[in-house]
Ligand binder design. Structure first.
Ligand code: AMP
Length: 414
């Protein structure tokens, strides 16, 4: 029997509904912000990624799916969305059209990573790229889109973290200081960091090794190396976010994994089931990339949200329904159906028994669904205008007046 390749998944059933919902929300949001869709090839000349993402980045050094086509051209499966969109912007003469222009995409990427929960070899991103806008407000707009996306999906416990990595001028000075720091501490840093020290010292800050992270707490800080222009830009970004009420936290070691970023970088992180932070999206400004790839100087900023991780979190979050409504004795389904309608109108997620299953089987089903409460309407309850409510977690059972059911559930749901 054939098996799917390691790090890939088949998506169907309940999960595919979440994907549809997420994609619809992404498209609606993109339209609200005047972004038009762009679709680029799933594979490109591999040198495109070498040039843009960076020769020393993990993506290029370790994770690219490379292949030679029949004409012996070196190709790579798309590891991220920005490079292809930038290539398309230049190649299709979009850079000659009035600016700014905003494009969005939803597409699959491929990275040869160590598969684990939330880390796959094929994964999907919703991304937006804004071309031709140098204003800090363009950065703010991108970050607001990320926040709104997460909010519209109902994802809880997320936060936006931001930093400025400056322009190449400030970074040159910073890299020098960081290199000296790394050389002084080289015996304590991991092998990867030793290589990074020579190739691209700033990448050290991105190291996932806990020991390296501890040592790096005393490393030089980017903020002390920002030139006036970069500093003012970052101040404006923070001002804008505050002004429109987008919550954020400045994280001084945030650098992100791509070489093309300048000035603002940001990430959306969520607490996953173990309480460990999980990055669900990221982005930043890349003012030099279009020119470096042969286009005209164009200020840009963009982001990409990782849809697979978001679905994962939505699955964890939506595991429970609020109420399962059961009927017992001679009570008809129409009686409980009306109660279910009322609860749904009040915002509760409700499953209502529509079968002639025994009460025992209904309880078993409710438990399988992960319902917080089972509400039972039997002959006695009808007679007394009451309903029995059982909390499936605490096992506590109460018979309450039917008319106070909504209030009772609201008071007892945390
Ligand atoms: P990046 O393109 O590395 O900036 O990542 C942006 C977002 O894409 C991350 O925050 C993740 O949500 C998602 N992502 C990146 N790599 C993977 C992967 N291997 N598997 C699943 N999601 C990923």
């Amino acid at each position: 029997m054939y098996k799917k390749p390691k790090g890939t998944r088949d998506i169907f059933g309940l999960s595919i509904n979440k994907w549809h919902k997420m994609e619809n929300i992404a498209v609606d949001l993109a339209k609200q912000f005047n972004c038009s869709e762009i679709r680029t090839p799933t594979f490109e000349d591999s040198s495109l990624y070498l040039r843009s993402v960076g020769e020393s980045s993990d993506i290029v050094t370790k994770e690219m799916y490379l292949f030679e086509d029949k004409a012996k051209r070196q190709m790579a499966l798309r590891p991220e969305g920005t490079a292809g969109v930038v290539r398309a912007f230049i190649e299709n003469g979009l850079q000659n059209q009035p600016l700014p222009q905003k494009y969005y995409y939803i597409g699959n990427n491929f990275r040869y990573e160590n598969p684990q929960v939330g880390r796959y070899r094929e994964f999907s991103q919703f991304g937006v790229e804004c071309f031709g806008n140098e204003s800090a407000w363009a950065d703010v707009e991108m970050m607001q889109m990320c926040s709104l996306f997460v909010e519209k999906l109902g994802l809880k416990n997320t936060k936006l973290i931001i930093n400025s990595i400056g322009c190449p001028n400030c970074r040159k000075l910073f890299n020098q200081a960081l290199k000296e720091f790394a050389e002084r501490n080289k015996d304590k840093l991991c092998e990867d960091c030793k290589t990074r020290t020579n190739k691209n010292p700033m990448r050290i800050l991105d190291c996932k090794n806990e020991n390296c992270q501890k040592i790096l707490q005393n490393a030089p800080k980017l903020k002390d190396f920002l030139c006036n222009d970069c500093k003012n830009h970052f101040d404006m970004v923070k001002y804008g976010l505050e002004k429109i009420g987008v919550n954020f936290e400045v994280v001084e070691n945030l650098v992100r994994g791509f070489d093309y970023y300048t000035k603002t970088v940001f990430e959306v992180v969520a607490n996953n089931i173990d309480g460990k932070p999980l990055s669900i999206g990221g982005g930043g400004r890349y003012d030099n990339l279009v020119e470096e790839m042969g286009g005209m100087p164009t200020n840009c900023v963009g982001f990409a949200m990782g849809l697979d991780r978001i679905v994962l979190l939505l699955n964890e979050q939506n595991e429970n329904i609020d109420v399962y409504l059961s009927n017992a004795g001679n009570v008809e389904i129409s009686d409980i159906y009306l109660i279910a309608n009322n609860l749904r109108e009040q915002g509760f997620s409700v499953e209502c028994n529509l079968t002639n299953k025994s009460l025992k089987k209904q309880f078993a089903f409710a438990s399988k669904l992960g319902a917080n409460f089972v509400c039972v309407l039997g002959d006695n309850e009808i007679k007394n205008k009451t309903i029995t409510v059982k909390n499936l977690k605490t096992k506590q059972e109460n018979q309450i007046e039917l008319k106070s059911l909504v209030e009772y559930l609201k008071n007892n749901t945390n």
